[in-house]
Each structure stands twice: as C-alpha cells, then as structure tokens.
Design a protein around this ligand. Structure first.
Ligand code: F6P
Length: 350
C-alpha cells in the first residue's frame, strides 16, 4: 500500500510524533510506503510537492516541535478546481489512502474529499482542543503547560510591583487553554469566548479582591473572548482583531484583547496594569510526554484503520481508549469549555 500523509492548519507540538508513528508502523508492520505531502493541502494542489518518508527521515524527530512535512492554511475548496486537482494529484502519486492530520478546517476539507470518494483517515490536532468527539487533541497539553509556566512567571513580578497582569492566550472559538492554564496557574479572573462579560464586572471583581487585602491580580484572557466595554454594549461584543484580512477558511487574525483589557482596567480601577501576549510561543517547542504519547497512539491507530479499510473516520481519545469516530460528525460542531470548568474558575474569582 502507498499512504500519503499531510499536516494542515496551525502547527502544534506532537505532529512529528504522529508522522514517526505512521511511518514506522506502515513500513515495519504492513510493508507499506509512506509519502509526505508537503505544506498541507497545498502539497496536493501542486504536482511534485512531496517527499518519501523512509525510516531515516523520521529518526530523531519525536521530541521536535513543528512538522517535518510543513503546513499551510490552503483550502482546496477556495481554489479553482481545487477538489479536482487534489484527486488528480493523489492519483498521479499512486496513493491508495491519505492520513490527514489537522483541526476543524483541515479535517473539514478531508470530510468533503471523503464524500467525493477519497480514502481518508483523520487525526485530530490543535492546541485549542476544540475538536468535537475527542476528549483531547494532541498539542493542547504542551500549550497549557507553556501558558501555565508563563502565568507562574508573571505572578511573581505582579506581586513585586503590586500590579494587575493580563495574560492573553490563544483560543479563537473556545477557551480551553485559558481555562486550564488559568486554573493551573491560579489566575484570579479567566475570560473565555464561551462566556461574554462586561468589563465593569471584571473591574468590580478586581477591586473586591484588592479590598480584601490583595495588591496584585492575574487576569487570563483567550484571544477570542468577547468583552463589552459598556453595560449598554453588552449585546454587542465582538472580536478584537489584529487584521481584518481573512485566511482561506474565513478567519480573521486575532490578538490584542490583552492590551485593550489592560488599558481599560488601569483606567477604571486605578491599579497599575501590564499585559503579555503569549501568541505562537504556545504553539512552538518540544511536546510534553502526554502529547508525544497521544500523537504516537493516534498515528498507529490511523495506520491500522487504513489497513482495515475503515475510511471516513477520525481517530479520537475517549477516556483512555483510542476510538474511531465518523469524520463528518467530528467536524460538524466544536467542543466548547464544559460548564464544570467554568464553575471551578468562578470559585477563584469570587
Ligand atoms: O491553531 C489554532 C490557533 O492556535 C488559534 O488559536 C489562533 O487564532 C490561530 O491558530 C493563529 O494561527 P496563525 O497565526 O498561524 O494564523
């Protein structure tokens, strides 16, 4: 069998663990070949953007962040004859099946191609952890640990200077990184897209805490959080964007809510306030043990599904078991932060 593998969308720690597992299991256990398709879906839109993934190529990559086969946010369904080009190039390469590693956008394309007859198995990846039908995506654990460590560092300087510190983390549609890193880092206030808030309420909570004798506060905010600046605007929350230009999947570039929040908090409370935006630091670097193991388990399970002929599936983590789920169902909706997590965070902001 000849299997193509591609990684699409934003990179994340653990992608190389998946690639390594797919190659090792395919070559050593199924006597199959693996072709790396470079730069996500772009590699199948352009003829010849591939690399043979022999055993040597995947040696020594387990601990490395990023993806050795590169990635892009190319959307074949936004390009002229995109679907046709992908199908034709796959045929020219003699690929029997594709293993597609990505988040909601990349796997959304995979689901459509599967409906068009392409033999595909999906692997869920994103630091945002917002893919439905899997308890965790790999990359998330590393991002949470990175953000937690940053919050710990910010904590000591906030304390020394009697400051409010605002830490902006990634999370476009959901606040998984904010809520888990915030809880782990002992944040006083956590703001997530799922729970739009009014800024007056945030300032009230900070003032209440300081009135109890604390002279510093830590606010963690997801980049996609929606905050109304005034009571009358409560229904008009919108994204704070860096750039109005949209990518091929229709997303604007987020970032900057931390700065806005810090300015407003200082103005309204009188407490000196600073902000940090963690940005891509959360996506880079070496994966945690959890992400290396999860990526490895996903890669092995994906190859097993290919060899069983079970296409149109995504491997997922359910409890501690790897379970195949329907790819179309997995991309039909996002997984939002559980109320339980939010209730925990509220105990520490009261
Ligand atoms: O991968 C998802 C994500 O981390 C989002 O949280 C964030 O908005 C986006 O990627 C930013 O990605 P890029 O800078 O690569 O466009």
């Amino acid at each position: 069998m000849k299997i193509g593998i591609l990684t699409g969308g934003g990179d994340c720690p653990g992608l190389n663990a998946v690639i390594r597992a797919v190659v090792r299991k395919s070559i050593l256990f199924y006597n199959s070949e693996v072709i790396g398709i470079l730069e996500g879906w772009r590699g199948l839109m352009v003829e010849g953007l591939t690399e043979d993934l022999v055993l040597d190529k995947v040696s020594g990559i387990l601990h490395r962040g990023g993806t050795i086969i590169k990635t892009s946010r190319t959307n074949p369904y936004k390009e002229k004859d995109g679907e046709k080009k992908v199908i034709e190039n796959k045929k020219k390469l003699g690929l029997d099946a594709l293993v597609v590693v990505g988040g909601e956008d990349t796997l959304g394309v995979a689901a459509k191609l599967h409906q068009a007859g392409v033999k595909i198995v999906g692997v869920p990846k994103t630091i945002d952890n917002d893919l439905a039908m899997t308890d965790y995506t790999f990359g998330f654990d590393t991002a949470v640990n990175t953000a937690m460590e940053a919050i710990d560092r910010v904590h000591t300087t906030a304390e020394s200077h009697n400051r409010v510190m605002v830490v902006e983390v990634m999370g476009r549609h959901t606040g998984w990184i904010a809520i888990e890193a915030g809880i782990a880092g002992g944040a006083d206030i956590i703001l997530i897209p799922e729970k739009p808030v009014n800024l007056d309420k945030v300032c009230e909570a900070i003032c209440k805490r300081h009135a109890r004798g604390k002279d510093f506060s830590i606010v963690v905010v997801a980049e996609g959080a929606k905050i109304a600046l005034h009571e009358e605007n409560h229904k008009k929350e919108s994204f704070i964007v860096q750039d109005e230009c949209k990518d091929a999947f229709g997303h604007v570039r987020l970032g900057g809510i931390g700065k806005l929040l810090a300015t407003e908090i200082e103005k309204r409370t009188g407490f000196e306030t600073r902000f940090v935006i963690l940005g891509h630091i959360q996506r880079g670097g070496t994966p945690t043990a959890f992400d290396r193991v999860l990526g490895t388990r996903f890669g092995i399970a994906a190859v097993d599904l290919v060899h069983k002929g079970e296409f149109g599936k995504m491997v997922s983590l359910q409890g501690n078991k790897i379970v195949p789920v329907d790819l179309t169902d997995a991309v039909a909706k996002l997984k939002y932060v559980d109320e339980e997590f939010y209730n925990i965070a509220e105990v520490f902001s009261a």
